[in-house]
Design a protein around this ligand. Structure first.
Ligand code: SF4
Length: 313
């Protein structure tokens, strides 16, 4: 009987994976240690249930970078919950505490998750071993998992050096603009702005820590003083707990690479800023340092104006 149930669930997973055009992959490890994530995202380990992100944002730096799959395929990490169980069991036994950052490279709530429940299964394992989580997403599908997030918030144990946090569940929603028309050009497969904001409000009401990542701000489109002011005024209104942002990163020069795709879209819809944008990058992956500093300063000044924290702690 039990073998039938396992077989059925295996078949169900394979059918969903094929229907969404994904492939399956078994991984040896699912937790990646990162010092950088601790300083910005408060994550000691990052975890990505999927490889490749079907939201397919036009500016997604993964495309053209060393992190992209050379065949442009999307994968599910089929054995992620099992591997995580082994890894967290060991850490919990050794009293190693850590914040797990989910969604550092790909969104954990892409469309296939609606049927596959891979991120949900991962959250169940995290709850079982009492680890706090920080989830980064553009999707309101996260609301489906509020029941587990509440348990994580009640049960999990923070690392000693973090001190007190209002919640042991952090959710950061990612935006590049608050203009639906612009978002529809650059992020057309992701849930729209209205849905993301509604989800933020719901999660705030559940007393989780809810913040915003403005990564990337789009040069000469959503990075102007006026645009940043409007964005921060909106998030102040919602009561977001923290906000951080950054400039655009673009890789590659093949047809599917982020730099090519971004420049093509700018050429079509914002021709006036094409040359200025190219000049900022000067054939590099990042805009020049003085631009980056200007954007950070703009964000810092505006955050101060609205009393929004620029970091989680
Ligand atoms: S949601 Fe994030 S990871 Fe997914 S395509 Fe967009 S930028 Fe890339």
């Amino acid at each position: 009987m039990e073998s039938n149930i396992i077989f059925d669930s295996f078949n169900r997973q394979s059918t969903i994976v094929k229907r969404y055009g994904f492939k399956e992959k078994n991984v040896k490890t699912i937790l990646n240690k990162s010092k950088e994530n601790r300083s910005i995202f408060l994550g000691d380990y990052s975890l990505n249930p999927y490889l490749g992100c079907s939201f397919n944002c036009n500016y997604c730096y993964i495309n053209g970078s060393k992190y992209a799959d050379s065949t442009n395929s999307f994968f599910i990490k089929s054995n992620a919950p099992d591997i995580l169980r082994t890894q967290l069991k060991k850490k919990a036994k050794n009293r190693q505490r850590a914040v797990i950052l989910i969604g550092s490279a790909t969104d954990p709530y892409i469309d296939i998750e609606r049927e596959l429940f891979l991120t949900r299964d991962i959250l169940k394992v995290i709850n079982r071993f009492k680890f706090p989580v920080h989830i980064v997403t553009k999707s309101d599908l996260i609301l489906r998992d509020i029941d587990i997030l509440e348990k994580i918030n009640q049960n999990s144990i923070l690392p000693d050096d973090i001190g007190n946090l209002k919640s042991k569940v952090l959710v950061t929603f990612s935006f590049s603009t608050l203009d639906e028309k612009i978002a529809n050009l650059f992020e057309k497969s992701a849930p729209n702005i209205k849905r993301r904001i509604k989800a933020m409000k719901t999660l705030k009401n559940k007393k989780f820590l809810v913040g915003v990542s403005l990564m990337p701000l789009l040069p000469y489109i959503s990075d102007t003083e006026v645009a940043i002011d409007e964005i921060l005024a909106k998030f102040k209104d919602i009561g977001c707990d923290y906000l951080f942002g950054g400039s655009l990163t673009l890789f590659g020069d093949s047809a599917n690479d982020s730099k090519t795709k971004y420049y093509n879209l700018i050429k079509e819809h914002f021709p006036d800023v094409l040359d200025k944008t190219k000049k900022l990058f000067d054939n590099k992956e990042y805009p020049n340092l003085s631009y980056q500093n200007k954007i950070y300063k703009r964000l810092a000044t505006c955050s101060e104006k609205y009393g929004i924290k620029n970091s989680i702690i």
